[in-house]
Design a protein around this ligand. Sequence first.
Ligand SMILES: [Cu+2]
Length: 120
Amino acid sequence: MTTLAPRRGRHGRDGSHALAAALVSAVLVCGSGVIAAAPVTHTVVIEGVKYTPETLTVKGGETVVWVNKDPFPHTVTAKGAFDSHDIAAGKSWKYTARKAGEYAYICTLHPNMKGTLKVE
Ligand SMILES: [Cu+2]
């Protein structure tokens, strides 16, 4: 009787250790990018006729959202790579980076607005 109770207790603790170890390895696998399970989203704010941050580095498969906080439209245009077309005031536009490279983009409505998306 008295020997059973401690053994049950030990089994319970072993179970939690195994679960904790499984959770830790799952996080490590995700962190190393082996499994692209958890979607990663980056945000670029468009405000004051500029992109913030101006240069953003992401990994392939990650998503970037440009949020236009100005009271007029902007675009996010990298010739030959991606083009948001007009993003109305208060709206946003999403792009999932698939191909590694460095993409300089502008706003076609305000060509002095410049940004760079680096995809690793
Ligand atoms: Cu603009």
